[in-house]
Design a protein around this ligand. Sequence first.
Ligand SMILES: [Zn+2]
Length: 270
Amino acid sequence: MPELPEVETTRRGIEPHLVGRTIERLVCRVPRLRWPLPGEAASLAGQQVLGVARRAKYLLLRCSGGTLILHLGMSGHLHLVAAGTPPQTHDHVDLVFTDGSALRFNDARRFGALLWTPDDPHRHPLLVELGPEPFAAEMDGAYLYRRSRGRKGSVKPFIMDQQVVVGVGNIYASEALFRAGIDPRRPAGSIGLARYERLAAAICEVLTEAIAAGGTTIRDFTDAGGKPGYFRRQLKVYGREGEDCPACGRPIVCSRIAGRSTYFCRKCQN
Ligand SMILES: [Zn+2]
């Protein structure tokens, strides 16, 4: 599933190709993905793309008269094609531009989303409740400490709560907690300020490195066969059950916390 670094990598990959282009039409080969599509009758024709932003895992194609909100769901990916290129299986949507190019959305599992809003996208019901971005100045140790007071649940689901902070998926939560030396099972409300400062920094570090790795392996989005450049992740604990902890050499363990696989070192994290 695309997590925040993959979405940011996709944003950086497509933005230079889309800015300044004018939409000719929207081609929908299915009526809906996760929700009904805007439909080919939507008044997108003539909209110029001004920029591509990201909020959590939503891509925001800012246009002259509104914003296309795009979510890759579980399996979605985008690539740029010539408008007449025959669609392959699961090529559900084309955003066709007047210059003869098209942004093609392939989504095998159809959990993705494409929505149009003429209003401020940050006020959209999908976005309005979201917590701060992991890189926002306000998302620091003091913020996590304040938000966690009184919380008896484990710290891992706490930092994965999109209303607390966005973009910390299951993989990055395990990695950040390892770097911060925090046992993922600990109640969020029992962790002190200094440790939350380490955790906030670790979250930024892990995501920054993942985005940088995505950037170095990104494929050419203009390649018709291209898929987003999902980077090969340099993971220290995630998916490494039974392997040696890179810090102390003891075996990494895996347990389920709030229903999600969680990898950690019993010695280094407490
Ligand atoms: Zn260890």
